[in-house]
Design a protein around this ligand. Structure first.
Ligand code: NAP
Ligand code: MG
Length: 497
């Protein structure tokens, strides 16, 4: 029987007010329904925000180390349920089991980091310019946090946002992607089991245009943390500006791996296969451009084509499968349309380029790992985010040209350079315009305790991860305590003229 999932609002599991539902299916076996979910809208969001607002007044007063204790229990529960969560996630969005296990692990790492942050949340004490006066700046929570997340990291990305939001003393209204609502439900169940009180976390399922927009536009939501496409990010930024709320946007990428002529080519090959085709290319940090120094271009390209053709496609729950399906039919169609665009632009298709034949693939949204050679830096397939298993290979003559090509997009999330020349590596680190640069490692592989985010149209300047995400989820309060017993005027009484 198909499981019927619900919203979680004000401490209660409930259906949409309209009674309407939507289905979520397995992208590797489309006939398989994962569950039905409430198709909610503004009314459910209003109730959730009201509950979160009321709960905030108690939650903000819980000592941060105690909120941290809850986060530690969250991490323990995720460890205990890791395999089950990973299987649910693969079934829901298709990436292979090794990767969904990694996705859960990132949530575990984020929980344990949050647990310890409960005993830090450091502020500053600062000397005063006046005698007998004490100055400090401390972090305080913001209020109600709206959380809107994509489907490609269904556990990790919600945890990156929700755990620091809660640890900082905020309450949460969470709208997960419509392609991964079951994983989101498991996460909320874990938070409740760990002891998060009623009203502090609210889960509202439904479409982005309805539930997402209602959260973003709500005057009583104090901040919004969003990860998704640049197009939706821009819309969110516009709508949120009407109430001047704080918004964190983590958006698209067009990440490149650059292989210099002195690089270890076997290592670079492992890197690009993992970077380009892991998660079926559906990562914000996926390698979608490969920049090759002309001296190694032909040799590396033929190594790459052999490896891409040998990748095994299939249901991510099966052993030995390297690459799962696209998340849905729309995504598969987008990939196909970009392959046609690449061919029209004159790029040379050297691997993949079609939906795989055969009965094994007929029930899902599979697409062959695809490589285009002879791509020019301004081709659309070198400029636009495809979000699928398509790699565009560009030939360059020097380090400088490679870095210029790398920087020639509107995005700036992740980047990678393979070289054994320390001077080249440090020049690249200095000159690449991106939030993340890897040396001798692929464009994917962020660790939860370091800042994560990008420059240019990848975002709006905030960072998730590590200590930096706590800057987003807290406000600074500056406190002056004068114990002189008299009126002391700053800038005036401490100078004679
Ligand atoms: P998306 O279409 O932008 O959706 C992301 C989330 O926003 C979903 O929950 C979606 O709801 C919701 N949404 C859609 N329209 C909305 C609206 N008008 N107002 C408010 N919310 C709305 O992105 P996606 O296709 O799920 O994910 C792929 C994109 O995410 C790629 O561009 C990728 O680069 C980016 N991404 C970035 C990062 C990063 O950290 N930089 C990480 C992962 C992914 P529905 O699901 O109901 O439509
Ligand atoms: Mg699905």
């Amino acid at each position: 029987m198909t499981r019927k999932f619900q919203n979680f609002i004000d401490g209660k599991w409930c259906d949409a007010v309209s009674g309407k539902t939507f289905e979520n299916r397995n992208p590797a076996r489309w006939e398989e329904v994962v569950g039905t979910f409430p198709k909610s809208g503004a009314e459910e969001v209003n109730r959730a925000v009201r509950a979160a607002r009321a709960a905030f007044e108690k939650w903000r007063l819980v000592p941060a180390p105690r909120r941290g204790d809850i986060m530690r229990r969250v991490g323990d529960l995720m460890v205990a349920r890791k395999e089950e969560l990973a299987r649910q996630m693969t079934r829901e969005m298709g990436k292979v089991l090794a990767e969904t296990r990694g996705d859960v692990q990132e949530g575990i790492d984020t929980a344990f980091y949050a647990a310890t942050e409960g005993r830090r949340l450091f502020g500053h004490t600062v000397p005063s310019e006046l005698a007998n006066k004490f100055n400090m700046a401390m972090r305080v929570p913001i209020g109600v946090a709206g959380i809107v997340t994509p489907w490609n990291f269904p556990m990790a990305i919600p945890t990156w946002k929700i755990f620091p939001a809660l640890l900082s003393g905020n309450t949460v209204v969470f709208k997960p992607a419509s392609d991964t609502p079951a994983t989101a439900t498991s996460l909320v169940e874990i938070l409740l089991e760990a002891g998060v009180p009623e009203g502090v976390v609210n889960l509202v399922h439904g479409g982005g245009g309805e539930v997402g927009m209602a959260i973003v536009g709500h005057p009583d939501v104090d901040c919004v943390s969003f990860t998704g496409s640049t197009m939706v990010g821009k819309k969110i930024s516009e709508v949120a500006s009407a109430t001047l709320k704080r918004v964190s946007l983590e958006l698209g990428g067009k990440n490149a791996q650059f292989v210099m002529d002195d690089a270890n080519l076997d290592l670079a090959l492992d890197g690009v296969i993992w970077g380009a085709f892991g998660t079926t290319g559906q990562r914000c940090t996926a390698t979608s451009r490969l920049i090759l120094h002309e001296k190694i271009h032909d040799r590396f390209l033929s190594m790459l084509v052999d490896r891409a053709n040998a990748l095994r496609l299939g249901d991510g729950l099966e052993q030995g499968v390297d690459v799962g399906p696209c998340v849905n039919k729309g995504q598969q169609e987008t990939v196909q349309s970009y392959v046609e665009i690449g061919l029209k632009e004159g790029a040379k298709l050297v691997a993949g380029g079609s939906i795989p034949d055969g009965k094994a693939f007929a029930g899902g949204w599979f697409y062959l790992p695809t490589v285009f050679a002879e791509v020019q830096p301004n081709h659309r397939i070198a400029q636009e985010e495809i979000f699928g298993p398509v790699l565009s290979v560009i030939r360059v003559r020097s380090l400088e040209e490679g870095i210029a090509v790398m920087n020639n997009t509107v995005y700036g999330l992740s980047s990678s350079v393979y070289t054994n020349d320390v001077n080249a590596a440090f020049t690249a680190i200095r000159d690449i315009k991106a939030g993340i640069t890897y040396i001798n490692a692929p464009t994917i592989g962020a660790e939860a305790h370091l800042p994560f985010g990008g420059v240019k149209q990848t975002g709006n300047g905030h960072r998730e991860g590590g200590w930096t995400v706590y800057d987003f989820f807290t406000e600074w309060k500056t406190v002056y305590v004068d114990f002189s017993g008299g009126l002391q005027r700053a800038q005036i009484d401490n100078y004679e003229n």
